[in-house]
Design a protein around this ligand. Structure first.
Ligand code: NAG
Ligand code: NAG
Ligand code: NAG
Ligand code: NAG
Ligand code: NAG
Ligand code: NAG
Ligand code: NAG
Ligand code: NAG
Ligand code: CU
Length: 798
């Protein structure tokens, strides 16, 4: 396996061996290693691999001759490998598929150094098509697919790598900061976003809330693509300005609960019919860039699996302060974030009218706080800041020059390093606690992420409120990951279940799990009575949200044996795929509040389509043992259990080594695999090579790189026009091979995306970064005079 990995692209930390302490002290943070790219987005692909994505930027770690913006972190070894991602995945959305693969959706145009527009400009999209330095392609319509692999797999195989080719597979519309939510059949709805972006999704004054001159995308579409053009979702027009990354949750009825700006709606997306719900009390904004912590509370037998959504923190800045695409109109870093929490049950089973209910305040205000649902069904909140908002900028309306910006490009201040726990079952007034938690010294502000790990610890990574890599500013580009050990790590023993399933169904036969007496302590009967089986889906983390995160307690009974063995009889999830959509999750057994390790499971039949259901499981009655039966596990505490481990981060085996010494301290070796012998034969999906670029200088015409940049002849009327300019790097043998499909009849980007999908020829606004509004784009007469950056305002440094 190592050999296979070594053949792959390997990044090596110059300090080739790093000794660090793998602490497992409850409440502590331990070193999680160096993620090589800044972890703006992450998802746990299986019980081994965390996939990490960054925006295209000047990371020192290289892959295939350009800075990397993808990597994969191994849970067992903390080793990190760079991965090639071709398009700019900057601020995309993401979701699992029923078979355990993941997609990421949209992103930004190609950028180069300093976040400037890529060297090849695409006038039709008003953004970069490709950049000759970072070698990223326009990711605006990308649908990237990853099939998670394990250490035993061949990571060279294209099926273990990102599939990222928008000329083959793309959304109908450009989307940046869109939301993805899984549906009951495993398909994915993709909602809203910016076309090219900005601080918030409006001009000021806001006279064109639906289109914003082509900058706003108030539509939705589906993966797999449906035979309809993206329809307008009026709620996004209503919430214009603060409608990026709308908080979206599938409800048991099939409707979607959606919250943005200060509005809330229940939405039947099939019929495109909206039912308004009450507005957010106190006008607290929870979506980006206010970025409250938002989650669906655990679905349990006690609440009849009826979802309640919780919103905590964010910002109640008045309307004007939010500014516009360019920047906020106040110095946000002085504006305290909200500590307010509200919860709402969108579809009350008693027929009452849904209403927001005031919940306990957080212990401090937070913007960019993030909820992680733990296996014990409490909610951890991590990351974020006391003041300000997400986003970054080099100025505000009131601070017109960058050298006056007190926190560099950050629009937030006061990082909150101490986690807190919200217990939804605790009585009101006592739901929050931070007792027992250490405080991290690493600021986790804009573009941070966090994800539950299989052992019930939490990986915390990222933070980069900077337009390009900056390791010397007050809130730098952060590569250091941490592992947070929740309080149940004080347990001397963890439940060690056997008989955990790898598949779950919607209803049907129950299954048995066996708990040996050695893996818990105290009375067996009490332990059995105090057991939960929980199914946790961590989702796709970005921007303080975990899209798709969901938790469910399965019903169970038990048989306690006299030797202390506990046999758990466990019901399948309820026969309603709307409650917990099909796909991957981790199954835990929690005894006396102590979770086992999670087992990777797939719920449903693994395919996109109607999910088979059966009658709800019928469970046998519980049977107790003699009261003397007890567990033989240690009760003791792990305060001394910190262990030390030497980890080799990366390894070099053969290949050509390029040495770069970065920052005088850390360097990365990059092994660039030469696979001349494997260089691709043209597949029938490729298009003719044509070196006569229609674009300006720096276009990296064929031959400029051994990886063989080549360009489609845009004048070739016979070739169906893809989105963007479709300039793709012929970088690897697999580059243009689409992934295998389970259902060959499924439309898989076979229809080329139509630029005028809604019959409206957009007039793209010209922006190259999320905080730089460029004004309407006017194509220059001479492409060679293509600007590489604009100065939209005096003293504005872009
Ligand atoms: C944003 O507001 C500023 C200040 O009023 C203005 O100069 C700028 O043109 C506005 N930009 C947009 C995109 O509305
Ligand atoms: C949020 O919605 C309110 C109410 O519709 C609207 O007045 C306000 O302008 C919106 N805020 C922003 C920043 O767009
Ligand atoms: C990093 O940010 C600081 C200010 O916070 C700035 O002075 C410096 O130029 C930036 N460095 C880079 C490489 O952008
Ligand atoms: C947050 O803002 C308040 C003013 O509203 C200010 O007193 C405080 O110092 C700020 N905190 C930080 C960390 O800048
Ligand atoms: C849980 O997983 C960790 C590795 O992540 C392993 O060291 C530990 O032994 C496992 N515990 C049990 C009870 O299986
Ligand atoms: C199970 O535990 C709960 C408290 O967690 C207690 O109220 C209940 O009586 C117990 N049931 C049995 C059968 O022991
Ligand atoms: C572990 O030790 C701490 C104090 O060091 C104590 O507060 C806690 O209750 C102990 N936990 C267990 C499970 O014994
Ligand atoms: C999972 O499904 C997707 C979409 O149908 C497909 O592209 C992908 O290859 C599948 N993954 C595996 C491992 O088969
Ligand atoms: Cu972002």
């Amino acid at each position: 396996m190592l050999r296979q990995l070594s053949l792959s692209f390997i990044a090596l930390w110059l300090a080739s061996t790093a000794t660090y302490t793998v602490g497992q002290k409850a409440g502590s943070f331990a070193d999680g290693g160096n993620t090589l790219v800044s972890a703006m987005m992450m998802f746990m692909g299986n019980e081994e691999k965390m996939y990490i994505l960054d925006k295209a930027e000047g990371n020192a770690a290289q892959v295939k001759g350009h800075p990397a913006w993808g990597s994969v972190w191994d849970f067992n070894t903390h080793q990190v490998e760079v991965m090639d991602v071709r398009t700019n995945v900057f601020c995309s959305s993401g979701m699992h598929l029923p078979n355990g693969s993941y997609i990421t959706l949209g992103g930004n145009g190609a950028v180069g150094i300093g976040g400037n527009i890529g060297s090849q400009f695409d006038p039709t999209q008003g953004t970069g098509a490709w950049d000759s330095v970072y070698q990223d392609f326009d990711g605006g319509r990308s649908i990237r697919v990853l099939n998670p692999c394990r250490s035993g797999d061949n990571f060279n195989d294209p099926s273990c790598q990102w599939f990222d080719d928008p000329t083959v597979l793309a959304m109908q519309s450009r989307r940046w900061y869109s939301t993805a939510e899984a549906l009951q059949d495993g398909s994915v709805i993709i909602i809203g976003g910016f076309a090219n972006g900005g601080y918030i999704n409006r001009n000021y004054p806001n006279v064109d809330p639906q289109f914003e001159g082509g900058a706003a995308v108030c539509t939705y579409e589906f993966f797999p693509e449906k035979p309809q053009t993206p329809q307008t979702f009026n709620f996004l027009v209503q919430t214009s300005g603060l409608n990026a990354y709308p908080h979206t949750f599938l409800m048991p009825s099939g409707k979607l609960f959606v919250q943005a700006n200060v509005s809330t709606v229940l939405w039947d997306a099939n019929a495109n019919i909206e039912t308004p719900l009450p507005p957010m009390p106190g006008n607290v904004v929870r979506v980006y860039p206010a970025s409250g912590a938002v989650a669906m509370l655990p679905l349990t037998p006690d609440n009849q699996y009826n979802p309640t959504i919780i919103f905590c923190g964010g910002s109640d800045m008045p309307d004007y302060n939010w500014g516009n695409y360019s920047w906020p109109f106040i110095d946000t870093w002085d504006y305290p974030a909200s500590k307010d929490c509200q919860r709402i049950t969108p579809e009350p089973t008693d027929g009452s009218t849904p209403a927001y209910e005031q919940d306990d305040d957080m212990l401090e205000g937070r913007t960019m706080g993030q909820f992680i649902i733990l296996p014990d069904l409490t909610l951890l909140v991590v990351n974020g800041g006391l003041n300000g908002t997400a986003g970054y900028s080099q100025m505000t309306l009131t601070t017109p020059t960058f050298d006056q910006m007190p926190f560099g490009e950050s629009l937030a201040s006061g990082p909150v390093g101490q986690p807190a726990i919200y217990n939804p079952k605790a009585p009101k007034g006592s739901r929050w606690s931070n007792a027992g938690f250490d405080t991290s010294q690493i600021a986790r502000l804009y573009h941070s992420s966090a994800m539950l790990l299989p052992d019930a610890s939490v990986l915390i990574a990222g933070s980069n409120p900077n337009i390009d890599v900056n390791t010397s500013t007050v809130f730098p580009t952060q590569y250091q990951a941490e592992i947070l050990y929740p309080l149940y790590f004080s347990a001397g023993n963890r439940p060690a279940p056997t008989g955990m399933p790898s598949k779950l169904t919607y209803g049907g036969n129950p299954f048995d799990i066996t708990i040996p007496s050695s893996s818990y302590s105290g009375s067996s009967n009490d332990a059995a009575n105090n057991t939960m089986i929980t199914l946790i889906r961590g989702g796709f983390t970005t921007h303080a949200m975990n899209m798709g995160q969901r938790a469910m307690q399965l019903r169970n009974t038990y048989t306690v044996q006299s030797d202390g063995t506990i046999v758990l009889h466990v019901a399948q999830p309820p026969p309603n795929p709307y409650i917990f959509q099909p796909g991957p999750a981790f199954l835990y057994v929690v005894i006396n509040g102590i979770p086992s390790n999670g087992t990777y499971v797939i719920l449903g039949n693994g395919q996109i389509g109607p999910q088979p259901t059966a009658a709800d499981s019928t469970l046998p009655d519980s049977i107790k043992a003699d009261a003397s039966a007890s567990g033989s596990g240690q009760e003791s505490n792990s305060s001394t259990s910190a262990t030390s481990k030497t980890v080799i981060i990366g390894a070099v085996v053969g290949g050509i080594v390029l040495i770069g010494l970065i920052g005088g301290l850390i360097g990365f070796f990059v092994v660039r695999r030469k696979r001349a012998s494997q260089r691709k034969q043209p597949s029938n999906l490729e298009f003719a090579m044509n070196n006569s670029s229609r674009f300006g200088p720096g276009a990296g015409a064929g031959g400029a790189d051994n990886d063989g940049i080549y360009q489609r002849d845009m004048s070739n009327a016979g070739y169906p026009r893809g989105h963007g300019t479709g300039l793709m790097r012929d970088s690897d043998s697999s580059a243009f091979l689409p992934l295998k499909h389970e259902n060959p009849s499924m439309a898989w980007g076979e229809t080329p995306p139509n630029l005028n999908y809604d019959g409206r020829v957009s007039t793209p606004s010209f922006r190259d970064s999320e905080d730089t509004y460029r004004g309407p784009y006017v194509p220059p007469d001479d492409p060679s005079k293509q600007p590489r950056s604009y100065s939209p305002a005096p003293n504005h440094r872009f």
